[in-house]
Design a protein around this ligand. Structure first.
Ligand code: SF4
Length: 427
């Protein structure tokens, strides 16, 4: 390969990762795309490189002008650090019999001028989950002192395990008194997402963190929330975490907790990450003082929504009703938009998304990578697409910015300062 180009990154059987002289390639819904420098950014700090077992890498031979599957190697992918959205998946061919990949996202990697690069975009500048600013010894020290201060509070104990055993950045931020604190409450859920990180039926694939096993009391919840709100300049506290089911299933407890919090302070944002399945309960929580909701969606098309969420006892229209309830109550509505290159950037999905944003007056799209085996996902959605029907994640984001100047794009639940700044623009 004459002029230096982004090279294919592979792994040997022992997991040693290196580059070989083929052009790097990205994958979308099973189709392959030779990569150019404009598709790549330096691998962000805090990202991880994975060797993908039973998957052969795909490269591009610029001389033969064709894709190649070099023998004797395994494919490599990047799990990029929070705040970055991937635009292509790692390109590979599955062996005949393969196990499902664990619940991470798999970005395409390249090697260029001595450094690793990835097909991703930085969509949020906030260092909220940047591990360089998360001093684990400070987490341990504060967790210890809180154990004395709130010795009977089970929720603090649960979050201590989340921070120190599972490395949850949200739980660490609680003990570091910064940004957003998690308030998990619900052991059960009325969805059966195929990519649920806390519940995977049968031998599908391992969960990344266990679910909370108890419903904390309203006092325990408000104690954690008030501790955070009082110790952080522009705080956010959020129900609906990776280590729980659906918070709306324990809405009565959450309603009492919100009233306890708002009786003490008007400061900060009380947010609910949710599948938004119960509009009446969203109304009650809003009346109690809930400021914002983040609605989780892999698609704005009911067919593909159902194939991912497998909703139980609710329908897609209930999700829409919850959004309208919150908007009518002047609440802030974000979408936790689960991005998969090759599906999310399809012309149909994108035109539906634009219609959805304007019709439902969405305030923010959080461009989150969907942590799931990309090939397994596309098969589960029974989705196939021609290359020419794809517009590109990068172009999709550029178009969202120009078509919806009021719309906030990012990765994290915004603080009151950011919400106020945006809503002023919205009113
Ligand atoms: S809504 Fe959340 S908790 Fe429920 S199945 Fe889906 S990912 Fe899991």
């Amino acid at each position: 390969m004459q002029r230096e180009r982004p090279q294919l990154v592979v792994s040997d059987r022992k997991g040693k990762i290196f580059n070989i002289p083929y052009l790097a390639v990205g994958m979308k819904a099973g189709s392959f795309f030779p990569l150019a420098l404009k598709d790549l950014v330096r691998l962000p700090q805090g990202s991880e490189l994975f060797m993908l077992p039973s998957r052969k890498p795909v490269g591009y031979d610029t001389a033969a002008k064709d894709f190649v599957v070099p023998d004797g190697y395994s494919a490599v992918a990047a799990f990029v650090s929070p705040g970055h959205t991937i635009t292509y998946n790692s390109a590979y061919i599955e062996d005949k019999k393969v196990d499902r990949l664990p619940l991470f996202s798999y970005g395409a990697v390249a090697f260029y001028k001595g450094e690793f690069y990835v097909t991703a975009l930085r969509v949020d500048r906030e260092p909220r989950q940047d591990i360089r600013f998360m001093d684990i010894s400070a987490v341990k020290k504060n967790a210890k002192s809180l154990r004395k201060q709130f010795s009977k509070n089970r929720l603090f104990r649960h979050l201590e395990a989340c921070a120190l055993c599972y490395g949850c950045p949200a739980a660490k931020n609680l003990f570091l008194k910064r940004y957003e604190a998690p308030l998990p409450t619900s052991p059960s859920c009325n969805s059966r997402c195929i990519g649920c990180i806390s519940y995977q039926p049968g031998k599908g694939c391992p969960i990344t963190q266990p679910r909370i096993k108890f419903v904390p009391t309203d006092e325990e919840i408000s104690e954690v929330a008030l501790y955070h709100i009082r110790n952080v300049k522009d705080p956010v506290v959020s129900f609906g975490q990776g280590c729980e089911g659906e918070p709306l299933l324990v809405a009565k407890t959450i309603e009492r907790a919100i009233r306890l919090i708002r009786k003490e302070t008007k400061k900060g944002i009380i947010n609910l990450n949710t599948n938004a399945s119960k509009p009446d309960l969203v109304r009650r929580l809003s009346d109690a003082g809930l400021d914002s909701i983040r609605v989780s969606l892999n698609s704005v098309q009911e067919l593909y929504y159902n194939r991912y969420y497998k909703p139980r006892s609710y329908r897609f229209k209930d999700v829409i009703s919850s959004i309208r309830v919150m908007k009518n109550k002047k609440g802030f509505v974000s979408v936790n938009y689960l991005i998969m290159p090759g599906f999310t950037d399809s012309k149909t999905e994108f035109s539906r998304l634009k219609r959805f944003i304007s019709k439902e007056r969405i305030d923010m799209i959080q461009l989150r990578n969907l942590n799931i085996d990309p090939i397994y996902y596309i098969r589960a959605l029974k989705f196939s697409i021609a290359r020419k029907e794809l517009i590109g994640i990068k172009d999709m984001i550029v178009s969202l910015k120009s078509d919806f100047p009021h719309l906030m794009l990012g990765y994290f639940n915004p603080s009151r300062t950011r919400v106020t700044r945006t809503s002023k623009r919205n009113i």
